[in-house]
Every structure is written in C-alpha cells, then in structure tokens.
Design a protein around this ligand. Structure first.
Ligand SMILES: Nc1nc2c(c(=O)[nH]1)N[C@H]1C(S)=C(S)[C@@H](COP(=O)(O)O)O[C@H]1N2
Ligand SMILES: [Mo]
Length: 389
C-alpha cells in the first residue's frame, strides 16, 4: 500500500524511517521525505536540516512536529537508541563510573522547564559578507517544555574528582565516513552543575522524538543548541575542553569584534555559549497585505540567561519606534510573547521592524557583528508589508 506523505512524515518524526534519513539509501524515498516535511522549510535534505516557518511562533510552545531539525550526520539507527540495550555511560575523572538505563535515570528527581533551543547558525543567511554553511533564515529556533533529570545529580552520584573541570558529551550518531570527526562537545563544569542543566527525555510532554535526540539529550538553558547533545550515550568528565574539530574549530567566535577591513579576526576565538538577546515578528508575515486601521503585530523575544525587559516595534521602516506590550509572566529561558497594535494609516509598502533589550541592558543591534562561522545573528527583525487603501 502506498505510504501517504503525511504518514511518511510522521514516520520520519517517530524514527521508523530513520535509517533512510541517516543513510540516504533510497533517493526517491529521501526526496519524498523532503516533500513530506510538512510545515518545515527544508534547508538540507541529507542530513535533514529544516527550519520552522516564523508564523508558527504565534504559539507559546513550538510543537514537536514543527520544531526545527538540525544535525551533522542525521540520527543514529532507531534500534541503537530506542531499545533495551541503550545505556548512558558516565566516566573519566569520576570516583565511580556509571552505566545507566533510562529507568535508572528516572530515579533521580524529575525537573520540567521551558526553554528556547536555537541553532548558532540561525540567521546565518543575513550575514554580509556571506558565510558558507546552512543558510538558515529566521526559524532555526523554538520554545519547548523539557522534562528530565539534573545533570548535576548524575554527576554527584558518580562523584567528580577535583581535577574534573569540563563535561564532555557524545551521542550515538556517526558520520558516513570514518575520516570525518565525531560530533563531540564539552561544557565547563559550572554550567554542567547548574541546577537547570538537564538530561531531558521528554519534549512538550512526549518522549523525545528520534529527530530531536531520543531517548536522551542535553538541555543547557540560555546557551546555544550545539551544547544540547542529542542521542546522548556518554558523559566524560575531563580536565580540559574537548579536543577535536567540533569544539576547537567549529562553533567559535572572535572574542572581540572583527574589523572586516583588516581581514580575518586578530583576536582569540572562544566557544559560542550564551544566546544574545533577540526578537522575531511572527505576524503579520513577509509580503502580507494589511488593511488601514488597527493591525496586531505579534512576536516573541528571548535572551540567554537574562530576561527580556523591552521590545520595540517600528512600522515605518525604522524611523520611529514604540514599545510593545510583553505578554504573560516571563519565565527564565523561555521566550516572551509580545504584541503591538499598529494603527496603519498610509497606504502603500512599508517595513515592520522589532528589537529587544534584556535585563543586562544588552540591545538587539541593527545588524550583528560579522564572524567567520556566521553565528549568533541577532540583528533587528524586519519584514515588508503593504497597506491596502
Ligand atoms: N548528537 C548530536 N547532537 C546534536 C547535533 C548533532 O549533530 N549530533 N547538532 C546540534 C545542533 S548544531 C543543533 S542546532 C541542535 C538541533 O536540535 P534539534 O534538531 O532538536 O532542533 O542539536 C545539537 N545536538
Ligand atoms: Mo546548530
């Protein structure tokens, strides 16, 4: 029986077709998966990298099947991670190595929190000069509720030795060629011991989908997503930052701003960690026609570990700015919905812009500082609309 696109999409999300996404064996099937990617905008088909259309961000939580997907090699075979054989190993500079089943892990106190997850390359397409890499526009970000246990509790059970200063993560995914380095990452011990750093097994109240790291992933609230290791199988406590490509070369930015006239960065490259303050317009959408009269402009804003305190909107291409209303209570790490009622009076084309400020006084800049990886874009969000007469 023919598999419908919708069913195929569901299967991709739930991992049944994972081997195909990962290995890309059958061209026709792989293509139909891309066609079946439902509401997502596909940037790379193999491995499957896709972003969320910004209109989805009118909802507080980003549903699992609409959440952006990114990985370097595609997911591991479902059997490797969704079976009784799966274990989490804890080793390195610890007093007692551990090998834990998911049930063992679930003996620790459960924690649920809502956090933005954002790819460091989100907005790369806006950097000038252009930077190679996945040309993400605005939607390599989402807000989800994560349930898991504290990494701190697991590390305390293993007992970190005094020389242990970094915590390394390895997932079960593997590159197609053995010459390609593994995606191995580490975070400093202080972030690993932060009570909000989780080993998550649920996303929006459901078991983690395969594409999002089943059965277990790291969540480092307030930090960029490359620290959020999916398909986690190994934790290694070490004295130094993880060596290798994905920690020492990729995901680094110049410590001080790059002056393009002088060529490449003269300053030291440091790992990307915190998310800078950022906001997006979710409605209206790019190219929309709106009527004269009140138009509700809405969106979301977030920052790293600091709350957003202000969002400003311009409906005349940046000439004048007004403050938007922040909705809800505001929770650490989650995004903050905002709304602004624009009284559209002049027929014709115009641009709507938004910018946010966080509690540390960081303001979203008109354009982000350029960097060789094209990371951390947080320039003012901007879209064009037409006011109909
Ligand atoms: N094991 C593993 N974890 C990974 C990656 C990966 O390639 N392998 N990619 C990281 C990057 S770069 C991003 S942006 C996020 C994407 O998470 P998502 O697909 O759940 O949105 O996963 C991170 N965790
Ligand atoms: Mo990423």
């Amino acid at each position: 029986m023919a598999v419908t696109r919708r069913v195929l999409f569901e299967r991709v999300l739930h991992g049944i077709a994972a081997g195909v996404v990962a290995g890309g064996v059958d061209r026709a099937l792989a293509d139909s998966q891309v066609a079946a990617s439902g509401p997502l905008t596909v940037r790379v088909s193999r491995p499957f990298d896709a972003e969320t259309p910004v209109r989805e961000f009118t909802s507080w939580l980003t549903p699992n099947e609409r959440f952006f997907v990114r990985s370097h090699f595609g997911p591991p075979p479902a059997e490797a991670v969704q079976s009784e054989a799966w274990r989490l190993t804890v080793k390195g500079l610890v007093k007692e190595g551990l090998s834990l089943t998911l049930k063992d892990l679930q003996q620790f106190e459960p924690v649920t929190l809502t956090s933005v997850l954002q790819c460091s390359g989100n907005g790369r397409a806006h950097h000038r000069p252009k930077v190679p890499g996945v040309q993400w526009e605005r939607g390599a970000v989402g807000n989800a509720q994560w349930t898991g246990v504290r990494l701190r509790d697991v590390l305390q059970q293993a007992g970190v030795k005094p020389q242990g200063l970094h915590v390394q993560f390895q997932g079960a995914d593997r590159p197609a060629l053995p010459t390609v380095p593994l995606f191995t990452r580490s975070i400093p011990l202080a972030k690993a011991l932060h009570p909000d750093t989780l080993l998550a097994y649920e996303m929006n109240g459901r078991p983690l989908p395969l594409l999002h790291g089943a059965p277990l992933r790291v969540i480092t609230p307030g930090w960029m997503a490359e620290s959020c290791m999916k398909w986690l199988t190994e934790i290694t406590v070490r004295s130094d930052e993880t060596p290798g490509y994905y920690m020492q070369q990729a995901y680094r930015i110049p410590e001080t701003a790059v002056h393009l006239s002088s060529g490449l960065p003269g300053s030291a490259m440091v790992p990307v960690e915190q998310m800078p303050v950022k906001s997006l317009i979710a409605a209206p959408a790019e190219g929309d026609t709106v009527r004269i009269g009140p138009v509700t402009v809405q969106g979301v804003a977030w920052a790293g570990e600091a709350p957003v305190v202000k969002v400003e909107v311009s409906c005349d291409d940046g000439k004048t700015w007004e403050q938007a209303r922040l909705l809800g209570e505001g929770q650490p790490y989650a995004w903050r919905p905002w709304q602004f009622v624009w009284n559209a009076r002049t027929p014709g084309p115009t641009a709507i812009l938004c910018r946010a400020t966080d509690a540390q006084g960081q303001e979203q800049p008109a354009t982000s500082p350029w960097n060789p990886g094209g990371f951390l874009w947080n320039g003012w969000d901007r879209l064009s609309v037409t006011v109909a007469a």
